[in-house]
Design a protein around this ligand. Structure first.
Ligand code: HXC
Length: 268
């Protein structure tokens, strides 16, 4: 991991709430947002994970709080947002990083399993956006530095089709659609930008450990553009770009950060 190329004050004074912010990609976004001046509220379902994450963030001098909650529950979403604003005074950035995932064929996946992932990824993202609007509206001025931002963590699975991922592919397709619709409506009405990031395989994440066994990864590396999996850092840097003034004219876009993997075919 290399040092951040961004100035340490690019998010100075900003307040961010990150769902799924206690582990994996979400935790790296929390850390890098904090390193660049933001105060961070980390939301997740597991108390211990949150406590550990907040302790690490605070040890780096970052203003951080942990909020226990499930994005599937509207009352949890409302409470987490209210607590964030009570604690830090406002909300500038919402990152929807919470996601559910497991590998399974459609033959074996129950409709309830399908629904569960849709509820976490798609409806959870919408619920957080919906509940956050009144706070993001309040911070939205006319200038580029004053607008609110929503960042939805997506995937590339649904650009083509991915084995054993029918539920996640459908859920992330909906997330990308939500990104575009809200970018149009809330960008126009409230100067709120809504963007996404679609990571490829990222090392050190629950997603990679669960979804790509080591032996498969070793075989596939040969066929990967750039010959490597990404780092959580790569996703956090994309998030910083989109959250900073450098991204002030980017709206409704889901940035692919996968080293070009989704384009790749075996060489013949
Ligand atoms: C088959 C499963 C299952 C599994 C749950 N279900 N896990 N089916 N295989 N491994 C089914 C259940 O049978 C049930 O349906 C329904 O889903 C609800 O199950 P619950 O256990 O009650 O759900 P819950 O406790 O709410 O847990 C949901 C969860 C979630 C989706 C399993 O806890 C989870 O995935 N947590 C891990 C989070 C994670 O790994 N995040 C990183 C995501 S990475 P029935 O019909 O039996 O009632 C990512 C990257 C994508 O998103 C792109 C990668 C390239």
């Amino acid at each position: 991991m290399v040092e951040s190329p961004f100035k340490p004050n690019i998010l100075k004074g900003k307040v961010a709430l990150i769902t799924g912010g206690g582990s994996g990609i979400g935790f790296e976004i929390s850390t890098q947002f904090g390193n660049h001046g933001a105060s961070v509220a980390v939301m997740g379902r597991r108390r211990q994970v949150l406590d550990d994450a907040v302790a690490v963030l605070r040890s780096k001098g970052i203003q951080a709080i942990g909020l226990e909650g499930d994005v599937r529950k509207q009352e949890d979403a409302a409470r987490a947002l209210e607590t964030t604003v009570k604690h830090f005074g406002k909300l500038d950035i919402l990152v929807n990083g919470a996601a559910g995932n497991f590998l399974i064929s459609p033959e074996d996946l129950s409709p309830n399993g399908f629904r569960t992932v849709m509820e976490i990824d798609s409806i959870g993202t919408y619920t957080m956006c919906h509940e956050a609007l009144k706070y993001l509206k309040a911070t939205a001025g006319i200038g580029p530095s004053t607008g609110g931002l929503i960042l939805n963590i997506s995937a590339t699975l649904h650009y083509t089709a991915a084995w054993y991922q029918i539920h996640v592919s459908a859920a992330k397709a909906a997330v990308d659609s939500i990104t575009r619709s809200l970018a149009l409506e809330w960008g126009t009405d409230y100067n709120i930008r809504v963007n996404g990031i679609a990571p490829g395989p990222i090392g050190g994440t629950p997603g990679l450990r669960k979804l790509v066994p080591d032996e498969v990864l070793a075989k596939r590396r040969e066929q990967m553009p750039l010959y490597r999996v990404g780092e959580r850092w790569d996703i956090a840097m994309a998030a910083l770009y989109l959250a900073s003034d450098a991204g002030k004219y980017v709206n409704g876009h889901t940035m692919i950060v996968d080293g070009g993997l989704w384009l790749s075919r075996p060489r013949h």
